[in-house]
Design a protein around this ligand. Structure first.
Ligand code: ARG
Length: 276
């Protein structure tokens, strides 16, 4: 890709501190309850992501963590938010079910129109806004039929993408939106049909190799110029820099024990303050 001057825009994120973080069950191949996670290290890693976003001038709100919900740090899954509407998650597994009530209350208190998805729908883990589209993953967590509900609720065209490798069980583990027109993704995480859709819609996308995807390099947050991503995805970092992005490698070793990285910890509120 040609070196381009990239433009950052102010963003609004919601995060949840890993106060009760742990790996006590396994709902993705990264999680092994036999491997203890160090909560204090997770808190430190989370704080650095938070502080880096604030340091870049972005607004970060906090949703209070609840005891007994060790995955609540992965705020991306709480909802999809666009304009004045939030569609709160319906989690695939009962272990995370109780998180939804907290998000329903939080968005209602902020004055957003809010409701809970009627079918499994794991929020921004599987729904990523890119330009006019809402890219929507399915295959492991979000039910394909929930795409219709999101399309109707937000009035934005949904592009369904099917994931095939359970290591990349959420869309945001295999694809990141860098700006309205630019994405990066690991083709091997998708069915051939979904790969063809991505090639057609994003011919200039950055394509990641397996090693960088496995290092969770695609679980990244971008403001159009600055990209926060798990450190260790060396090839992808170089590709991003060549394309004019400024990268920030974050240590997410503890969060990875639960199958999460930088993006999983952040729910971008594409709300009115950010859009207008
Ligand atoms: N342990 C969590 C789960 O399996 C990790 C969620 C990661 N979040 C994400 N947006 N990819 O649900």
């Amino acid at each position: 890709m040609e070196k381009t001057t990239r433009q950052a825009t102010a963003r609004h994120y919601l995060m949840c501190p890993p106060t009760h973080f742990d790996v006590t069950y396994s709902i993705n191949p990264w999680m092994d309850p036999g491997k203890p996670a160090d909560r204090s290290i997770a808190v430190d890693q989370w704080q650095r992501i938070h502080d880096q976003l604030v340091g870049l001038g972005h607004a970060v709100d906090i949703v209070p963590p609840l005891e007994g919900l060790p995955d609540m740090v992965f705020a991306a899954n709480g909802a999809t938010v666009y304009g004045d509407r939030a569609l709160v998650a319906r989690f695939r597994f009962p272990e995370r079910d109780a998180e939804s009530a907290e998000y329903l209350d939080w968005f209602a208190a902020k004055g957003l129109k809010v409701r809970q998805a009627t079918l499994p729908n794991e929020g921004e883990g599987d729904y990523l806004a890119a330009g006019p589209w809402l890219l929507a993953g399915n295959g492991f967590r979000t039910d394909r039929r929930s795409h219709v509900e999101s399309e109707e609720y937000f009035g934005r065209p949904v592009v369904g993408l099917t994931l095939v490798n359970d290591k990349f069980y959420h869309l945001d583990t295999a694809l990141a939106v860098l700006d309205d027109r630019t994405i990066m993704y690991y083709p091997g995480a998708f069915t051939p049909g979904s790969q063809a859709i991505l090639r057609e819609l994003f011919p200039t996308a950055i394509r990641a190799g397996y090693e960088d995807a496995e290092a969770f390099g695609l679980n990244a947050v971008s403001d159009g110029k600055h990209v926060l991503m798990p450190e260790g995805a060396a090839g992808l970092t170089a590709q991003l820099r060549d394309a004019g992005f400024e990268t920030f490698g974050m240590d997410v070793s503890e969060l990875l024990l639960a199958g999460g990285g930088v993006k999983c910890c952040t729910l971008e509120l594409h709300d009115q303050s950010a859009i207008w």
